[in-house]
Design a protein around this ligand. Structure first.
Ligand SMILES: [Fe+2]
Length: 384
């Protein structure tokens, strides 16, 4: 996030000596984006963060695309059989060159640490509670949270109640839209959220445990390392690079006299994608307004919607945990009856997360296993 944060102790000047009481020098680490030209933080460790003791297993986890299919999809993610394992329990459903969309279930806390070496991660916490612990500190996580973990952050999640989450791994930074920020990076008056809504890490005492395992995730594999020093051995850090949480309930919707298009619901963006939050809101107030959206052909986008809670106004048959995918190349819109049904309604209680991608998505084998086969034909008017 583009606002400065400082935790613990840091030297008055960057790259200068800072020692403990016995005179031992703390070890500085710079984490930065775009080489040395993007956002960064400086971290101060008890020990160097680079001491590898052992190189462990290298596990390949290939993304399995299915060729030769193009159709609207409805996936019932409540039917996924999740693995027990903490880090391999992600089930990828869609992917392209810019991102991977998965669903995960975390039942047990892990002693191992985890670091994504190639992607930023967004966890949308649908159910459950936990404590996200990282080298930057701790953040409580609850339903409705978007947990944003920049690439290179080392973390684990302690489970308080079984967690079910949608995960979006992105190969570019996850940011807030430029049009909501002034030239200093501050969120503007018309932004649907502000800095007050952003939860940043609470600093924890340095951990001095030795020999700690870290799984480093790459695009289609995981490399395990044994490190000599615990990466949570920080005495302080400062900068603009850190994990944070924004809760969907803090998204203040923009409404209009007639139907407002999805950009008013935009929450995040990156290269090749946008992420939108649909939240309870008052419907359009023109006397002849139609709250349900019109049919649309977004010729440059694939659209994925994850249904969280409430009655989704334009879709038949979807339920909590459903995902719809409307690929570019074909129009989609409300199913028969849904347009008429929406007229005269004054508000909606829906929660949903939408991901629009600007490159076509590949659908995985795992996704087809939980497909509702009737969905592509759900726009037929069966009354005729
Ligand atoms: Fe749509």
């Amino acid at each position: 996030m583009p606002f400065y944060q400082k935790r613990g102790v840091v030297p008055n000047k960057r790259h200068t000596q800072m020692r403990d009481k016995s005179g031992i020098l703390y070890s500085e680490e710079l984490i930065s984006r775009n080489g040395f030209s993007g956002m960064y933080s400086n971290l101060y460790h008890l020990n160097p963060p680079s001491a590898i003791q052992e190189i462990g297993e290298y596990n390949i986890n290939k993304l399995s695309k299915v060729l030769g299919t193009h159709k609207p999809l409805h996936l019932e993610t409540n039917k996924i059989n999740f693995y027990e394992d903490f880090f391999n329990n992600r089930v990828p459903l869609f992917f392209n060159d810019d991102l991977v969309i998965s669903k995960c279930q975390i039942k047990n806390s892990s002693k191992k640490l985890f670091r994504n070496g190639v992607a930023d991660e967004l966890f949308f916490i649908h159910h459950g509670k936990g404590s996200f612990k990282s080298n930057f500190g701790q953040i409580d996580i609850i339903p409705g949270d978007y947990l944003i973990i920049p690439k290179g952050t080392t973390y684990n999640i302690e489970v308080i109640e079984k967690i079910e989450a949608l995960i979006i791994e992105t190969f570019s930074p996850i940011e807030t839209p430029e049009r909501y920020r002034n030239k200093f990076g501050q969120l503007l008056e018309h932004s649907p959220f502000s800095e007050r809504d952003i939860k940043t890490p609470t600093f924890l005492d340095p951990v001095s445990t030795k020999s700690i395992e870290i799984d480093v995730k790459l695009k289609e594999s995981i490399q395990t390392y044994l490190y000599e020093n615990h990466p949570f051995d920080l005495v302080g850090w400062d900068g603009y690079f850190y994990p944070y949480v924004f809760n969907i309930n803090d998204f203040m919707p923009i409404t209009g006299k007639i139907h407002q298009p999805p950009p008013v619901h935009q929450n995040f963006k990156g290269t090749g994608f946008v992420i939108c939050s649909f939240v309870p809101r008052i419907y359009d107030y023109h006397p002849n307004s139609i709250p349900a959206p019109y049919s649309h052909s977004n010729v440059d986008s694939d659209e994925v919607i994850y249904y969280v809670k409430g009655d989704f106004m334009s879709r038949k048959g979807v339920k909590e945990g459903s995902i719809t995918h409307h690929p570019m190349g074909i129009p989609h819109g409300p199913q028969p009856g849904k347009t008429e049904e929406s007229i005269g309604k004054t508000k909606t209680d829906e929660f949903a997360v939408m991901i629009d991608t600007f490159k076509s998505l590949h659908v995985t084998r795992e996704a087809y296993k939980i497909e509702d086969n009737s969905y592509p034909f759900s726009w037929l008017n069966n009354d005729n």
